[in-house]
Design a protein around this ligand. Sequence first.
Ligand code: HEC
Ligand code: HEC
Ligand code: HEC
Ligand code: HEC
Length: 165
Amino acid sequence: MRARGSCLLLLVLALSGAAGAADFLGPESCKGCHPAAYEAWMQSKHARAGDSLSDAQKTDARCLSCHAPDQGSQGVSHVTCETCHGGGQYYSPAYVMKDAELARLVGLVDPSEKSCRGCHDASSPSLKPFDFVESLKAIDHWSAERTGKKGTRAEAPPPEPAKKK
Ligand code: HEC
Ligand code: HEC
Ligand code: HEC
Ligand code: HEC
């Protein structure tokens, strides 16, 4: 079997980094290429989930596990793009993002109903049981993305893709 060089390199990176252990770049890093998705997410409660906690609760691992699960390990608060889609370190570069298969190989996640239920479970304060289809509609940030002004799902990459400092 032969693989393209870049593909093989990224595969090695992904394996050595252990799946799911890629670093987070933060939601601002996605904004330049996914402006519509970013705006829609900003309107959702996920973007402010950490703010629902008092100062004392912000240090309580029991609350952080759902309201800001990546704060301790990645320094990124709230329920962000990468909480659901996986750490962007390896899939964010434009040439990877354009290759749907490669992006998934190096960490891009398609969030499943099960992943929502990891937080929207019986212990969350919602009075109604979690309805996946309804909840998806409430966090829709892909319709705008797909019907973006240029008719493409994502805009052309900016001259300087965001990098972690
Ligand atoms: C350099 C620009 C760029 C950056 C930065 C970027 N993306 Fe993308 N992303 C793209 C492009 C281009 C596509 C492909 C869109 C298409 O096929 O129309 C894409 C596709 C996606 C898809 C859909 C994949 C599929 O095949 O269905 C998701 C989800 C996604 N990006 C999430 C993110 C997240 C989360 C971040 C931040 C961590 C991010 N992207 C950062 C350019 C970028
Ligand atoms: C298992 C995941 C989970 C844990 C753990 C958790 N929460 Fe939540 N929390 C949620 C979810 C999901 C919602 C939104 C419920 C809904 O409206 O559907 C929520 C909503 C809230 C709200 C209401 C916010 C609003 O906008 O009305 C507050 C306040 C809150 N949680 C505080 C806490 C505190 C304090 C802790 C720790 C003692 C905690 N939560 C632990 C999942 C969790
Ligand atoms: C609570 C989890 C969650 C968060 C937070 C989240 N997403 Fe998503 N995202 C999803 C789900 C679920 C889908 C797929 C919906 C579908 O296809 O039915 C999706 C779809 C997308 C798509 C479209 C993929 C396609 O096939 O066209 C893009 C792009 C995207 N997200 C980017 C982002 C960006 C950028 C952020 C942060 C600004 C973000 N997402 C935050 C769950 C999330
Ligand atoms: C890491 C934990 C986590 C995951 C994963 C997660 N959520 Fe949430 N979600 C929350 C928390 C916490 C809140 C409440 C935020 C607040 O108000 O403080 C919330 C709020 C919401 C709300 C708003 C509820 C309201 O009262 O308006 C919707 C809708 C929602 N989530 C849908 C989803 C869907 C759909 C998925 C899966 C694609 C998902 N969530 C995945 C933690 C999570």
